[in-house]
Ligand binder design. Structure first.
Ligand code: PRX
Length: 636
């Protein structure tokens, strides 16, 4: 077994070995897992420009045997999962590895009894409750491909994903709690399924105890199905490169695409990065606040911790309910030792009176993590000082849905951690900075497009149903590299600082949206002819959504009329994508700055939204330069 990295010397040695002898390195890392059959080649496939690599090809395994069965002999009575409900007055629930194993097997049998077969796609739209974790693992147990859709997406967004994945099965719940609100999840699914004729079975978990509409012949209650389902279930033997899950994520063009991860490489990468980045010890209580609907919840809420035999905490609620001390109360209550959250949550809690954090001890904490967006130095220091009390290393972890797991980050307490810097790459990751023409920028104190040379076990394998799209998006912009879409800076010591996206993707509270995706949604509105969306700096969300909108007919005559139209546009976006994509600012305009060839000059729109109006650059090539003055005058 490859030893855990514990010192900076270990890190350099591991990094060197992974670069110089990757096959030997990754074979050693993979050794301790349960394999039904070992691999015939560690790394394979043509990586670029075809964009397809294989890892551990020829191996046979089941990831849930590695998450659960493998631990039963030594950790059967250890806590695998702690569930902390939305309402602090509702009692928490705890599951040992043995209990979780039984629940997953039972859920797997319910899926089998309802006709789910190996390779079938199962869309999961559920609250953050233990049954969500069980549902995901149950799919993996029987070889079904799970596709979790975050339970804040709208019915239209669900329908798009169900249809793209060709899913015949949907797992959901009656409703969910989100802070003070309750949301009728099943009825959102019902609306979605009106446009999904391929769905034949919906399995509904009872959570709120709400009455819901059950469609005869299609919908069944989980608790009825589970009554006679056995709590043992033989795990399906999977090939290393069989798909494990699809997760939809936004890019700069078109509809969100289904990022596909496979069995063996993802498993090894999730486990290796989890243990090394967080420097996990046997008795840690680990809490990742991300919803399982995002990749962070997949890799570091569920798979990573269970693969490592850790105790993972699942929280249904929000950071500010019943008050801005909730995170800290949960940490004290369950003696959380490793805490992993997003900068947007830290910034929103920073804005609350300091007493909320000072009134908790937080003495169990050992390691703090950040993910999803750049963490500004101010938030980093607040986190380090007030949450970590100055004694917990902070790991700022850079990665993406497509990378499967953490790529650039400090290893807690081992490699350098510098505010606002992700740090050094993990062993097996070879980041490069590229010029616009694709040449590598050598040396330090440099800035460029961030790309990754070569392959690593967790790399995206394809985009569901459209491999060409994956190839075009990630592997053709700079042949020989995986292109991240991010810009980065390498400091004097070789530490990487992620600057942000260099494409038309915006990152709002750690959630990724394509500007085109939001524009398409806005354009569905009855009053709208055309729109252009850009991001702008936002104190809490990182980036806010600024929409310039051209209406059918004249501009509204009154403020009141404009307000009605803006509210209607927001409603359309909520219906098309979900509340998380609501524009923060809408400016109604009579035209957009376009070149003579009809291309929108987004640079100008971005500058206006950012408030940098003194340096708009050359506007003489515009078809109608006067439009810039109108836009400036009406800036929100
Ligand atoms: O721009 C980067 C930003 O989030 C993008 C990936 O988003 P997603 O696939 O939704 O995955 C989020 C969770 C891994 C990246 O292209 N990003 C993620 N982590 C960081 C980050 N930006 C700066 N620092 C980070 N630590």
């Amino acid at each position: 077994m490859h030893p855990r990295i514990r010192t900076i010397e270990d890190y350099h040695a591991a990094y060197k070995q992974a670069a110089e002898a990757p096959d030997a390195f990754w074979a050693e890392v993979a050794e301790p897992f349960t394999w039904r059959r070992k691999w015939t080649s560690v790394r394979g496939g043509a990586f670029s420009p075809e964009g397809q690599s294989t890892w551990y090809d020829g191996a046979r395994l089941n990831i849930t045997e590695n998450c659960l069965d493998r631990h039963l002999a030594t950790r059967g009575n250890k806590l695998a999962l702690i569930f902390e409900p939305n309402d602090s007055k509702t009692r928490h629930v705890r599951y040992t590895y043995r209990e979780l194993h039984q629940h997953v097997c039972q859920f797997a049998n319910v899926l089998l009894n309802n006709g789910v077969e190996k390779g079938d796609r199962v869309v999961i739209y559920m609250p953050m409750i233990p049954q969500l974790a069980m549902a995901v693992l149950a799919c993996a147990r029987i070889g079904a491909v799970h596709s979790v859709v975050f339970a804040g997406f709208s019915s239209t967004a669900i329908a798009d994903r169900v249809n793209d994945a060709g899913a015949e099965f949907v797992l959901t719940a009656d409703g969910l709690n989100r802070g003070p609100k309750q949301i009728p999840v099943k009825s959102v699914v019902d609306d979605a399924l009106q446009s999904c004729p391929g769905v034949r079975r919906v399995i509904v978990v009872e959570h709120l105890g709400w009455p819901v509409h059950m469609q005869e012949g299609r919908d069944v209650w989980y608790h009825n199905e589970a009554e006679n389902a056995s709590t043992t279930c033989t795990a399906e033997e999977m090939a290393a490169e069989d798909p494990l899950f699809i997760l939809y994520t936004s890019g700069s063009t078109g509809k969100p695409k289904g990022v596909v991860h496979t069995q063996a490489g993802y498993m090894v990468w999730a486990d290796y990065t989890f243990r090394n980045v967080f420097q996990v010890e046997e008795n840690d209580v680990y809490w990742c606040t991300a919803d399982i609907g995002w990749v962070t919840g997949h890799t570091y809420g569920l798979y990573g911790p269970l693969l490592a035999g850790s105790t993972t905490l699942l929280f249904e609620g929000v950071p500010t309910f019943p008050d801005a001390g909730r995170f800290w109360q949960v940490i004290d209550k369950h003696y959380v030792t490793i805490f992993y959250t997003a900068p947007t949550a830290i910034r929103s809690l920073m804005a609350a009176p300091l007493d909320h954090v000072l009134s908790y001890s937080l003495s169990s904490l050992r390691v703090l993590g950040s993910v999803g967006e750049p963490i500004n130095a101010e938030a980093w220091h607040w986190y380090h000082q007030h949450v970590g009390k100055g004694r917990c290393p902070v790991v700022d972890t850079w990665w993406q849905t497509e990378t499967g797991g953490i790529m650039i980050s400090a290893l807690a307490g081992v490699t350098p951690s510098k505010p606002a810097h992700a740090g050094l790459p993990l062993p097996g990751v070879q980041p490069v900075l590229l010029n616009q023409d694709g040449t590598e920028i050598e040396g330090n104190n440099e800035e460029g497009y961030l790309a990754i040379k070569g392959s690593w076990p967790g790399i995206i394998r394809t985009t569901w149903g459209d491999h060409e799209r994956a190839r075009q998006t990630y592997f053709t912009p700079y042949p020989g590299y995986y292109f991240t879409g991010d810009g980065a800076r390498r400091d004097a010591d070789g530490l990487y600082r992620i600057i942000g996206r260099v494409d038309d993707v915006i990152n709002v509270s750690g959630h990724r949206f394509g500007t085109a995706e939001i524009e398409n949604a806005i354009n569905q509105n009855q009053f709208v002819i055309e729109s252009a969306v850009v991001g702008y700096p936002h104190d809490v969300k990182g980036q806010g959504i600024y929409a310039y909108v051209i209406l059918e007919g004249a501009l509204p005559a009154s403020h009141a009329e404009a307000q009605v139209i803006e509210a209607s546009i927001i409603e359309t976006v909520v219906a098309e994508i979900g509340k998380i994509a609501k524009p923060d600012k809408i400016q109604l305009v009579s035209g957009l700055p376009k070149t003579r060839s009809g291309k929108i000059m987004r640079r100008i729109l971005r500058k206006v939204a950012e408030g940098e109006t003194s340096s708009l650059g050359d506007t003489t090539t515009l078809l109608d330069p006067a439009i810039v003055d109108e836009i400036l005058a009406g800036k929100k």
